[in-house]
Design a protein around this ligand. Structure first.
Ligand code: PAN
Ligand code: ZN
Length: 181
């Protein structure tokens, strides 16, 4: 593998060049949100894009580092903010670094033995995901939430464990009018 450079647009998350672009629409998120009826309705109303990941692929091997950006769009399913699927790394003892670029969100973390954590991420925030911690991001703002991530080449993504167990916390918008008398 030869050295290379990538150009990152901090506002939009555009990464050039990239070798893969993964889109996740509402229909790809079955079971993730509390409000199943709201999810079905959104799918029928045009199945909006929830997030996209731009990545520059390198060999999925020990020693390599994978660089990618995520653009998590603003929106809700019912009152639950748009979020990523969330995953453990298949190779559990691999960490990750997230760098917030634009917009605002939350990083939710958990371990298989009951550990829980959450941290806000905004422009300039560097969040460290230690080995063995599952991670999911949530867009709590009104603009796209954009962040850059670097993780070990051999890590792999285990989505199934999260699809079964979910995360202990859901991040909900306060419904309009709630709390007003
Ligand atoms: C990130 C995530 C990305 C999309 O690059 O893969 O934000 O989230 P999901 O993979 O949970 O759909 C990362 O943590 N890579 O390891
Ligand atoms: Zn990860």
């Amino acid at each position: 593998m030869d050295p290379f450079v990538l150009m990152l647009d901090w506002r939009t998350g555009a990464l050039e060049p990239h070798t893969s672009r993964t889109e996740r629409h509402v229909s790809d998120m079955q079971g993730a949100y509390a409000d199943q009826a709201a999810l079905s309705q959104l799918v029928e109303q045009g199945d909006p894009l929830v997030y996209e990941v731009l990545q520059y692929d390198v060999p999925e091997e020990v020693g390599q580092l994978i660089c990618c950006t995520t653009v998590l769009h603003p929106g809700t399913v019912g009152d639950e903010y748009f979020m990523t699927k969330g995953h453990y790394h298949v190779v559990r003892d691999t960490g990750e670094v997230y760098l917030g670029l634009s917009g605002n969100g939350q990083l939710l973390l958990m371990t298989e033995d009951g550990g829980e954590a959450a941290t806000p991420i905004g422009p300039g925030t560097i969040a460290y995901v230690p080995p063995c911690w599952a991670h999911r991001t949530v867009n709590t703002g009104e603009d796209p939430f954009v962040f850059f991530a670097v993780y070990p080449g051999q890590a792999g993504h285990d989505y199934g464990t999260i699809e079964q167990a979910g995360f202990p916390k859901r991040v909900m918008r306060t419904p309009p009018g709630a709390g007003l008398q």
